[in-house]
Design a binder for this molecule. Structure first.
Ligand code: 26V
Length: 813
């Protein structure tokens, strides 16, 4: 948008006055932030209204991205960027004596996700809007996001994340768009007009109230919508009829049980199993979302049997897969379509993405629980399954083992991944390797039955947040060097490759990294009191804590470097600072123990002056989107070291690459494609390959005891876990010790240790050659454009959703 500085200043002063009855002099930072956010929202509202009107009137196909998680982070900076008014606002505010950066820091992160899956959904929203695709998010407005992490004495302590405490300037509550969602009760079957009719009785109604957040496109007049649902009790009449008059205790219990639905985001916990509330959450937002889509579709006057021409629904992991049955229910019970018509429309609308092969993460619900909570939905799933099993039996007559294995309902469990596959026309993995593993290992039966459904869509990241916003110096340098066309076509970053050998450009790249590192070092000193050397190699591993991601491999290697330095204090290794950031699920003990281990190692190393500050370890408390934006532009080395085959894609890997870090990686997830894009000279690959891991898992042949007995470095490290070196209590790290030895090291940490240590020796020697290192950084940035989520989302749009990319919204009258 075009905005004049003077106009902005007067708008801002007025907004502050109208919102808080304050002038700049007396206003708190919080109020100044809210006035700015409110003003930015005002600036987008007209386009927002016009966009919605256009979508409704034109019948343009809409895609709704259903996700339990949207890990948005902060919106002020990215909205200013997408509107193209950041600089003018910054200048205007400076003249008013206000620092924009300080106001940006006031905003609470919307941390409505655990990690990659939720952040991917947020990147996709940004890319859909910026590519002109009519695409919206649908999810839950959790009152509490993922917990806030405090580190106390080296241990993770979880504190509720009440992100809405100060209010949320971006959302609008749409009271008039509330929907009723029904739980429990029973189904009475009746014949009305000769049609078998299912009547839901004695159910518990819940009111779903939508809160809409604008999703602002980059340099386009479109504004899409993220709609998050909040659960509220149905008003007074319900309490009146259902409970005896004046029974406040019951009414209060009802209110609490309803509000619990949107109270808190579940951590992706190994203990989630069978959590009734989680299933309630899923049905709650899916039902509300689909009902509201249908309501607005019907307003447009288009016929119901053309719904699939105008609507697409994406199922982000299995969490929203109950959508298949809910849409069937609406089409059959409410719109009175036949089963076959409804099934055709439903499967044409639904598409499903799988985000993990870890079997613990695949959702299965006990039949009794499911039936009680969602009786009509259960009946529909039974019927879907009956027809599906019949079809299987036609293809593979009598192969009962295989049919049982593929059945949606089996062993007293409802298998949500199976429902999603059967009920969708598209099933995709999130990186080439991952999709191949799905097709030939995890879901091979389904692939044989439905080969046409399977496809790959490699993940991506929005380069607007993960380069332009978080690393403005680098972004400006790129534009100064190759022009600005890369912003709209990030693949054109590859023009930077020409400057690979240009010493002046190399120096500029190096000095930007240096400046970013110096800034961050100051922040670390102020926040943690740790003094780090900004000239040391910044080696970073930030991601959820999980055994398969192998933070343990990293920390064991740091201990190994420390051991070497203790043996030989004049050892010639380059100074390194290792950064970790990770939240562990509250009930995932091994993960929490790993955090304590990292902190114990940090305390030991950071306080040992005999190693001449050659090593430092920093655990970044409360890793979040906004912290990621600070650390990623500083990284020299990006740690992407998951056990091959286990990381579906990874997206942090791409963010580091785009900011010019060199990746130490296993050939897992999207690392494989990063290697292909950047070339093997510009990435440091090590360790077992996916097929080797899969083969060990199938046929055996690995014993961690062998490594322990034969490699004296490993032997020492494992012993140090339990001999009092790191903790007064020898039992402190016993679980880690046992997982590596007694349980045969499920994630091949010891097996890969030697290769990993060698990979780091390579990093050390590459870094010594400044010129070579700068070349590598440049090549990484230059080849990162293919990992922009704009690229990914265009493939979803074309191959799966059948949506169009609109250039601009036509002018509205
Ligand atoms: C959930 C659970 C729950 C039970 C305990 C173990 C466990 C482990 C992982 C998960 C998360 C599953 C879904 C997920 O977040 N997948 C991530 O999706 C990203 C976006 O596609 C992808 O880049 C990551 O590789 C993948 O782990």
């Amino acid at each position: 948008m075009i905005l004049d500085k003077e106009k902005f200043k007067s708008d801002y002063v007025r907004k502050l006055m109208n919102s808080f009855a304050e002038e700049i002099e007396g206003a708190s930072k919080l109020h100044k932030y809210f006035a700015l956010g409110g003003l930015v929202r005002d600036y987008v509202t007209e386009n927002w209204v016009n966009t919605n009107k256009y979508y409704l009137e034109s019948g343009e196909k809409q895609i709704y991205y259903f996700s339990m998680e949207f890990l948005i982070g902060r919106l002020l900076g990215s909205n200013l960027l997408n509107l193209g008014i950041r600089q003018v606002c910054k200048d205007g505010l400076t003249e008013l004596g206000i620092s924009l950066e300080e106001l940006e820091e006031i905003e609470n992160d919307a941390g409505l996700g655990n990690g990659g899956l939720g952040r991917l959904a947020a990147c996709f929203l940004d890319s859909m809007a910026s590519s002109g695709i009519p695409g919206h998010g649908c999810g839950i407005r959790y009152r509490y996001g993922l917990f806030e992490q405090k580190i106390i004495d080296g241990y993770q302590v979880e504190v509720p994340d009440y992100w809405l405490r100060d209010g949320n300037v971006w959302e609008i509550r749409k009271e008039n768009k509330a929907i009723e969602v029904r739980f429990g009760g029973k189904i009475r079957i009746d014949y009305i007009n000769n049609r078998m009719t299912f009547i839901h009785e004695d159910y518990e109604p819940v009111r779903a109230v939508p809160y809409d957040t604008p999703v602002v496109a980059y340099d386009k007049n479109m504004v899409n919508t993220l709609r998050l649902w909040s659960a509220e009790p149905i008003a007074w009449e319900f309490d009146f009829n259902t409970f005896s008059r004046g029974d406040y205790v019951k009414a209060e219990a009802y209110r609490a049980s309803v509000e619990a639905i949107s109270q808190v985001l579940y951590p992706d916990d190994s203990n989630w199993e069978g959590k009734l509330l989680r299933l309630k959450q899923q049905y709650f937002f899916v039902s509300a979302g689909l009902q509201s889509i249908l309501r607005s579709y019907k307003k447009s006057g288009l016929p119901i049997n053309e719904l699939n021409k105008h609507i697409a629904v994406h199922i982000n992991d299995t969490h929203p897969s109950v959508a298949v049955a809910e849409l069937m229910r609406i089409l059959i019970d409410e719109e009175l379509l036949s089963w076959d018509e409804a099934w055709h429309i439903t499967t044409d609308i639904m598409a499903y993405t799988n985000h993990t092969i870890l079997s613990e993460a695949l959702e299965k619900w006990p039949v009794d629980m499911f039936k009680n909570l969602l009786p009509r939905i259960y009946m529909i799933i039974e019927e879907i399954n009956r027809r599906f099993c019949e079809a299987l039996n036609r293809k593979w007559p009598g192969q009962w083992g295989r049919i049982n294995n593929m059945s949606i309902i089996n062993d007293g469990l409802v298998k949500m991944a199976h429902l999603a596959i059967v009920g969708s026309h598209s099933v995709n993995g999130v990186a080439e390797l991952h999709t191949e593993i799905l097709k030939h290992q995890e879901l091979s039966n389904f692939y044989q039955f439905y080969p046409e459904k399977f496809n790959n869509k490699t993940n991506g990241i929005t380069h607007r947040r993960w380069l332009m916003k978080c690393n403005p110096k680098l972004s400006n340098l790129i534009t100064d060097t190759i022009g600005s066309s890369w912003i709209k076509a990030p693949i054109e970053l590859n023009s930077l490759a020409k400057y690979k050998y240009d010493p002046a450009f190399q120096n500029k790249i190096a000095s930007i990294k240096k400046a970013n590192k110096a800034n961050f070092s100051n922040l670390i000193k102020n926040k943690y009191g740790i003094v780090i050397d900004p000239n040391s190699i910044f080696d970073v591993q930030v991601k959820r804590l999980h055994a398969y991601k192998r933070q343990i491999l990293n920390v064991l290697h740091i201990m190994h470097l420390y051991n070497k330095l203790k043996e030989n204090p004049s050892l010639d290794i380059l100074p390194r600072t290792f950064f970790f950031g990770a939240k562990a699920s509250p009930s995932y003990h091994l993960a929490k123990q790993t955090i304590k281990l990292i902190n114990s190692v940090a305390t030991k190393i950071n306080n040992d002056s005999s190693i001449n500050d050659k090593l430092k370890v920093v655990f970044l408390e409360n890793y979040s989107v906004s912290l990621a934006e600070k650390i990623i532009p500083c990284a020299d080395v990006s740690e992407q070291i998951s056990t091959a085959s286990k990381e579906a894609s990874g997206t942090g890997n791409m963010k580091f690459m785009m900011n010019g870090a060199v990746t130490v990686a296993t050939l897992d997830g999207a690392n494989v494609e990063m290697k292909d894009a950047v070339g093997e000279d510009n990435i440091v690959i090590f360790g077992l390959k996916a097929n080797e891991v899969i083969s060990y898992n199938k046929y055996g042949g690995y014993s961690s005891w062998d490594v322990y007995n034969n490699d004296m470095r490993v032997n020492k490290l494992i012993t140090q876990l339990v001999d009092g070196t790191l903790s007064h209590s020898r039992a402190e790290f016993k679980n880690i010790y046992e997982s590596l030895l007694m349980f045969n090291d499920e994630y091949f940490v010891l097996k890969d240790f030697d290769a990993y240590a060698k990979a780091h020796e390579r990093v050390d020697s590459l870094y010594r050659n400044n010129t070579k290192w700068n070349e590598m950084c440049i090549m990484n940035i230059a080849h990162s454009g293919v990992f922009s989520s704009d690229n990914t989302i265009k493939q979803y749009s074309k191959d799966i959703w059948g949506t169009r990319e609109l250039k601009l919204l036509p002018e509205m009258d």
